[in-house]
Design a binder for this molecule. Structure first.
Ligand SMILES: *Cc1c(COP(=O)(O)O)cnc(C)c1O
Length: 395
């Protein structure tokens, strides 16, 4: 009797998955973590890799979860093209690597996200580019900073932590007069409030890790722009390895479904918080774009669809000691140096986002030891005011 052949455990384990027969289609898009796709013929592989045929071959060069999410974000921004990247910083890097070359000059806001300043001011220098950092709200200063070789202006719709609003239409005009591009980081506003391309920007970047996903469990960036500027984008994302993960895109699609609802709630609470803080004896000043005292109140309301966003910055009497007391006492408001969570969180710019600056530099931006930045979450507004009051109470 011949011995039955050994059941091929190996064979079963390594066998490629077969597509399941599907008479119905799933309502929710499946996560497709496959790193590679099966090709049918050599001619097809040739055409796919040569770009004559559109389709998936290798995850780094494109995958369905990224394309589904990018398509939605493209529509939100009214853009011709959109791309997903592994983080907001990867998105910014892709703009530099696809649009600029050695010898180019950048005009960058002096109030950018810390890592953005690092990339655009220091890393670009190593690549042979130069830059001028300016107060982006001072349009004369921006105009004066433009050089014949300026190719890119970089601004944030609402800047951290004073929530100064960039005059996107005017900046676009200055950029285009110089044949430069205007790149707007729209992370604090989200497309729920502002669509910078509609105001004249050429490229908009979003850190999807923040409010757009909204659940603090994803790292992703998005870029939207014009066909004209997209020629090198896919090549740069593939060649420099800046691509997104299918799982993160799938989670962010889920988060994005509630972005408008979450932003509505957070913006309404943020205004209530800002008005409440203004009345509090422990608070020296409050920054919120909808407060009439805010230097850009009118502009922000116009560009952000009448909303002020979900971030409120307060300046406490009593400096860093008072900030530490708030963090210690407001036990329902976690101290997290990020933003866009489900719950309200607090950050302390002087020890986190702006710790790399000298004290006089921080002072110039209006950041003291007593400055706190609240990222407003989805709590009921009156409960949230109680959480805040507990933090502000004297011991
Ligand atoms: C977080 C953030 C970034 C960077 O995005 P990541 O997804 O963390 O890489 C850029 N700009 C702003 C305004 C941000 O808040």
């Amino acid at each position: 009797m011949t011995k039955p052949s050994k059941p091929s455990v190996d064979r079963i384990c390594v066998r490629p998955d077969l597509p399941l027969p599907e008479p119905t289609a799933p309502l929710t898009a499946p996560i497709q973590p496959t790193s590679v796709w099966r090709c049918e013929t050599t001619a097809q592989a040739d055409a796919l890799l040569g770009g004559e045929l559109s389709g998936y071959v290798y995850q780094r060069d494109g995958h369905p979860n990224a394309d589904q999410l990018a398509e939605r974000i493209r529509e939100l921004h009214g853009a011709e093209r959109a791309a997903m990247l592994s983080s907001g910083m990867a998105a910014l890097a892709a703009v530099v690597l696809s649009q600029l070359r050695s010898g180019d000059h950048l005009v960058v806001s002096d109030q950018l996200y810390g890592r953005s300043s690092l990339l655009l001011e220091q890393e670009t220098e190593r690549l042979g580019m130069t830059h001028t950092a300016v107060n982006i709200c001072d349009l004369d200063a921006v105009a004066a900073a433009m050089l014949p070789e300026t190719r890119l202006i970089v601004a944030e719709t609402l800047a951290n932590p004073r929530l100064r609003c960039a005059d996107i239409p005017q900046l676009a005009e200055l950029a285009h007069k110089n044949e430069a591009l205007l790149l707007v980081d729209n992370t604090f506003a989200t497309p729920a409030l502002c669509q910078p391309l509609r105001w004249g920007a050429d490229i908009v970047m979003e850190s999807v890790s923040k409010m757009m996903n909204g659940h603090s469990d994803v790292m992703l960036g998005a870029l939207c722009g014009k066909q004209r500027d997209w020629e090198r984008m896919a090549r740069v994302i593939g060649a420099w390895g800046l691509a997104s993960s299918p799982f993160d895109c799938w989670l962010a699609s889920r988060g994005l479904a509630t972005m408008a609802l979450r932003m509505d709630r957070a913006c309404a609470s943020a205004l209530a918080v800002a008005e409440h803080l203004q009345q509090h004896a422990a608070v020296a000043a409050v920054d919120y774009p909808l407060l009439p005292e805010h230097p850009d109140a009118e502009l922000a309301a116009r560009l952000c669809n009448g909303k002020g966003g979900s971030i409120v910055t307060l300046h406490l009497h009593g400096g860093r000691e008072a900030a530490d007391r708030f963090i210690r006492q407001a036990t329902d408001i976690p101290f997290c140096p990020s933003l866009g969570e489900i719950c309200t969180t607090v950050s302390h710019p002087a020890s986190t986002s702006h710790r790399g600056l000298t004290e006089p530099q921080r002072e110039k931006l209006g950041i003291s030891g007593g400055t706190l930045r609240l990222s407003i979450g989805l709590e009921q507004a009156d409960e949230l005011l109680q959480f805040i009051d507990r933090g502000l109470a004297s011991e």
